[in-house]
Design a protein around this ligand. Structure first.
Ligand code: CA
Length: 223
């Protein structure tokens, strides 16, 4: 697995290169947006870690160029006071973001999740345990009982089913279900998940939607 880090702060770039190499990844580092662009045009990467504030071409200009031709997952690094950049980044197609300063453990967890994430399961029907979704008819049934979901609840459950077994961050969920027209730090996702659980999980013994602390949510049959 080959990762490109585009980061102008020498300390952060070295820290990422060292940590990711020790975790078994091949790492290339670009110190500015233009070098990043050249590397992306020349080589295939499995993941790009992209700082927002870069000399020359900034992170979201670079992201725009990347998304014209590549579907490579992009993890954005952003400072706490750059909320507007973060929102822009997600609208342009970043897959996730981390706020600086971050712990390496958290970065590694995000990297692993993004690298595992293949294309979504495209299907008209989903079945997990006794939960069934008919996408075209917009019907959700659990234990032979029809559930009434709002449009957003349906979209959220659909996303969780497409990504069964994958931990999805709140940011990713917000960008997919709400198209990210608000700051994802709000608890909109949490509230929606709670409402969805009240219908899909609470009345039943087997819980399917699980919270992964500090990471997000996953839909799976508990082992
Ligand atoms: Ca920077």
């Amino acid at each position: 697995m080959r990762i490109l880090v585009v980061e102008d702060e020498v300390k952060t770039a070295d820290y990422l290169r060292k940590g990711l190499s020790e975790s078994g990844y091949m790492v290339d580092v670009a110190r500015n947006g233009h070098d990043g662009q050249h590397l992306i045009e020349e080589f295939e990467f499995d993941l790009i870690i992209l700082d927002v504030m870069l000399p020359g071409l900034d992170g979201w200009q670079l992201l725009k160029l990347i998304r014209r031709r590549h579907q490579t997952p992009v993890l954005f690094l952003t400072a706490r006071d750059e909320v507007e950049y973060r929102v822009k980044g997600l609208e342009l197609g970043a897959d996730d973001y981390l706020i600086k300063p971050f712990s390496f453990v958290e970065l590694l967890a995000r990297v692993r999740t993004l690298l595992r994430r293949g294309p979504p399961r495209e299907s008209e029907h989903f079945q997990v345990a006794d939960l069934h979704m008919d996408v075209l008819r917009r019907r959700v049934v659990r234990k032979e009982e029809r559930l009434t979901l709002t449009n957003k609840e349906f979209a959220l459950l659909h996303l969780l089913l497409e990504r069964e077994g994958e931990v999805l961050s709140r940011t990713y969920i917000a960008s997919q279900v709400w198209q990210m027209n608000f700051d994802s730090d709000t608890n909109v996702v949490e509230v929606a998940v709670r409402r969805l659980r009240a219908k899909v999980d609470d009345p039943y013994d087997t819980k399917l939607i699980h919270t992964v602390r500090g990471m997000g949510y996953v839909l799976e049959v508990p082992s």
